[in-house]
Write a protein that binds this ligand. Sequence first.
Ligand code: FES
Length: 127
Amino acid sequence: MLALLEGCNSSKIITADIIDSDMVVPLADFEIKKGNTGKFEQHIVVQNEKLQYPICVYRFDENNYEALLMKCTHQGTELQVFGDKLQCPAHGSEFNNHGKVQNGPANTSLRTFPVTIANNQLKISLK
Ligand code: FES
């Protein structure tokens, strides 16, 4: 049980720059060290002091990402990431890696942000 919990809490957390209204995340931040082994994080948690909540970015493949605001749509508690789902510590709502509700009491999807890829960077539009 302990090992399982440790594994679940091992999200990589990075602080990213915000340029204009885009959060910019180098694709290299998804690489699981070292020396370009071809292995990638399934998700990373991205934060910036200007954001009240962090954003969880899931990587499905090199061209497909999902950026989700880690704010519970029930009463606004910050979510926790457990592998391919996000859970709310307040009342137990659960969301999948596209932000869809899997368990209430929340009944609306998480906020998602458009993601574009250019120059080996993800641009997450915060508009
Ligand atoms: S605030 Fe998240 S379930 Fe209530």
